[in-house]
Design a protein around this ligand. Structure first.
Ligand SMILES: C/C=C/C(=O)SCCNC(=O)CCNC(=O)[C@H](O)C(C)(C)COP(=O)(O)OP(=O)(O)OC[C@H]1O[C@@H](n2cnc3c(N)ncnc32)[C@H](O)[C@@H]1OP(=O)(O)O
Ligand SMILES: NC(=O)C1=CN([C@@H]2O[C@H](COP(=O)(O)OP(=O)(O)OC[C@H]3O[C@@H](n4cnc5c(N)ncnc54)[C@H](OP(=O)(O)O)[C@@H]3O)[C@@H](O)[C@H]2O)C=CC1
Length: 447
């Protein structure tokens, strides 16, 4: 039995759940990995020069044992997230430390502590097997998976599953991720695949859409409301392309920051009107490596006021981190919110605290999304209210190049990866719904 037989079953319109349940599973499958004995391969290089094409491998790996509450999923498509870029350049830490730590927690978790790490935190595919105790999902179900892995044995996470002390991101802090032909997930990660989307479109939003939803919309994040001025860094990137859609769909006023004409045009096509090209306008928030330039914060704030008719920012959607954080705190209005989920340009932030406390601003840390938020974010995709922002797809064997593109900011929106899917465009079940949204679904394609 090989993965080809699984693909044939998925492509046959007559396959039943019983057929999938009866399919013997292969002993091994192809997966994108980093290797534990290579974690020092980029030592001494600048971040920019660390090349994912050198560290990401396509390996044949053995099928992991299926545990209680888990599912094995045939992955038709996945997507590249920035966490896979971090994994591939072994920054800020090698992910093998996460796997070792997880492995120490239980007999079952020991499976994750291997000399290779199968990465990837998104998938769209078909359930092959479920473990004991799984009743809601069955072989043959078409699914997407969110990337929240929790144990929920501590009460700390019972109100908000992101607060579980054993909270991990699947495919980053756990093994057996989605950039592979088969993935292992906890069944609580599974959600119905939006039926109007192809496999690669359905796999694109998951991680970033859920994160943007919590960070911007949820009461656990900024709790955005109608009319809010929302400053969105990287507004046509992975997170930003969803934050921009949430702002527009929620009646807010996105002020989109991008770095090229082409990206500005994408934001305009999404429906945004206030757009700042940070490259063209040449903001230099840092005079040198250690000194910021408040005059540049002010110039940036003045530009925002021009675009808003004199108003300041209610919510900043932050993720670039060190390079922009001082400016983000400054341009926020009195009582406003800076919500942050990352530090791509550096995690040791500097800002002038007088502008925070004297103006009663708040900084909110946000990370991925709890079970419910991930479900709600996927529901919005399924209803055609928010759309995938897939620009390009790569074959599984070219994942290194895909991650390189994201690392070097050469991409738009999301970059997809075809795993078992032999070509793009497969897996659409509701053609009528798709036709209604086709322009929005294709907005980022091939640009
Ligand atoms: C969904 C997608 C998301 C993304 O893309 S996010 C972007 C990618 N992710 C990242 O870049 C994050 C990568 N992760 C990390 O960098 C690290 O993961 C963290 C910095 C988040 C945490 O590091 P750690 O080593 O886990 O924690 P410690 O705090 O450095 O060390 C733990 C030790 O510190 C002790 N400790 C913790 N809190 C306290 C306290 N309040 N007072 C005293 N000690 C404390 C603990 O007990 C433990 O100790 P003991 O080492 O002896 O076991
Ligand atoms: N905590 C969490 O749950 C999550 C965290 N993340 C983290 O968020 C970060 C962004 O992820 P994602 O949106 O997918 O990545 P992308 O690379 O797809 O998009 C980020 C965008 O940010 C802009 N940007 C990058 N560097 C800077 C800078 N120095 N100053 C201003 N703008 C900048 C770029 O847009 P432009 O050039 O057009 O300005 C870029 O396209 C990553 O660090 C990732 O690890 C992501 C998802 C979840």
């Amino acid at each position: 039995m090989t993965v080809k037989d699984i693909l044939a079953a998925i492509q046959s319109p007559d396959s039943t759940s019983e057929d999938f349940a009866a399919l013997p599973l292969p002993e091994s499958y192809r997966a994108i990995t980093v290797h534990k004995d290579e974690t020092e391969m980029f030592a001494g290089l600048a971040t920019r020069d660390k090349d994912p094409r050198k560290s990401l491998h396509l390996d044949d790996v053995p099928l992991p044992e299926l545990g209680p509450g888990e599912a094995l999923v045939a992955v038709m498509a996945s997507s590249v997230n920035y966490n896979s870029v971090w994994t591939s350049i072994f920054e800020p830490l090698s992910t093998f430390g996460f796997l070792e730590r997880y492995g120490r927690t239980s007999e079952l978790a020991k499976r994750h502590d291997l000399p290779y790490h199968i990465i990837g935190s998104d998938l769209a595919g078909v359930v092959l097997r479920t473990g004991p105790g799984v009743n809601s999902w069955k072989p043959g179900d078409e699914v997407v998976a969110h990337c929240l892995s929790v144990e929920l044995e501590s009460s700390d996470g019972h109100n908000d599953t992101m607060l579980d002390p054993e909270q991990r991101i699947w495919g980053f802090e756990t093994n057996f991720g989605g950039l592979a032909e088969i993935a292992l997930v906890k069944s609580n990660q599974l959600m119905p695949k939006p039926d109007h989307l192809s496999w690669e479109e359905a796999a694109a939003p998951g991680l970033v859409n859920s994160t943007a939803y919590r960070q911007l919309v949820s009461r656990n994040g900024a709790g955005m409301k109608q009319g809010d001025n929302v400053l969105i860094w990287g507004a046509s990137g992975g997170l930003g392309s969803y934050a921009t859609q949430f702002a527009l769909a929620g009646g807010a006023n996105p002020i989109c920051v991008v770095s090229s004409d082409q990206k500005a045009e994408i934001c305009r096509k999404m429906g945004a009107e206030a757009i700042i090209d940070r490259n063209a306008e040449g903001y230099k928030f840092w005079k040198d490596e250690n000194t910021q330039d408040p005059k540049e914060w002010k110039r940036f704030g003045k530009r925002i006021r021009e675009l808003t008719g004199g108003e300041d920012i209610d919510i900043v959607f932050e993720h670039p981190g060190r390079e922009t954080f001082g400016a983000s705190v400054f341009v926020t209005r009195k009582g406003g919110t800076i919500t942050t989920c990352a530090s791509t340009s550096g995690y040791m932030h500097q800002y002038d605290n007088r502008y925070l406390w004297m103006s009663l601003k708040r900084i909110i840390g946000s990370h991925f999304a709890n079970y419910r938020e991930a479900w709600e974010a996927n529901r919005l995709i399924a209803k055609g209210k928010i759309h995938p922002t897939l620009s390009k797809t790569y074959a599984l064997e070219d994942t290194g190049q895909a991650a390189y593109d994201v690392h070097r900011n050469l991409h738009q929106g999301k970059v997809g990866v075809l795993c078992l899917a032999p070509e793009e465009g497969l897996g659409v079940r509701d053609h009528e719904k798709r036709a209604k949204h086709i322009d929005a679904i294709n907005r980022f394609r091939n640009i």
